[in-house]
Design a protein around this ligand. Structure first.
Ligand code: RB5
Length: 148
């Protein structure tokens, strides 16, 4: 599995923590920043990360900002991206099993690094259940095509 990591200025610490986790898990990843000391615009980091997941260059992406909200909204504008904003372990598991999410967003001003690591670990290791969920994910793609 290949993972792309990105954050704005509000998510640098958790992004680095997730980088450490990926190294410990022997998962290949690229960290595209930001390496910013001043504030940046989160869509400038969500967009390239989401495009590189949508293109197939990366299997998954993890996005961090202050709340995770802006990053998730921006990533979900890219066709083929299913990005979940997650701050608990139940949702981390459920969104992989039910929604086959390919991107995860978290907020550094909402949760601490310990919980963020656990959420990422569960999200990275849980498989999509398929079955009845397959047709629901296909219906999301149909919405994208209708509004392309
Ligand atoms: C930046 O101040 C903040 O708006 C951003 O990190 C994020 O929370 C947006 O959704």
């Amino acid at each position: 599995m290949k993972v792309i990591l990105a954050s704005d200025h509000g998510g640098i610490n958790i992004r680095k923590e997730i980088g450490n986790l990926l190294e410990e898990m022997n998962i290949e990843y690229e960290d595209i920043g930001c390496e910013c000391e001043t504030s940046v615009d989160y869509p400038d980091y969500a967009l390239p990360a989401a495009e590189r997941v949508a293109s197939g260059e990366f299997d998954r992406g993890i996005l961090i900002c202050g709340t995770g909200i802006g990053m998730s909204i921006a990533a979900n504008k890219v066709k083929g991206i299913r990005c979940a904003l997650v701050h608990d372990l139940f949702s981390a598991k459920a969104t992989r099993e039910h929604n086959d999410t390919n991107m995860l967003a978290m907020g550094e001003r909402v949760i601490g690094p310990g919980l963020a690591r656990e959420i990422a670990k569960v999200w990275l290791t849980t498989e999509f259940e398929g079955g009845r969920h397959e047709q629901r994910v296909k219906k999301i793609a149909q919405i994208e095509n209708k509004h392309a």
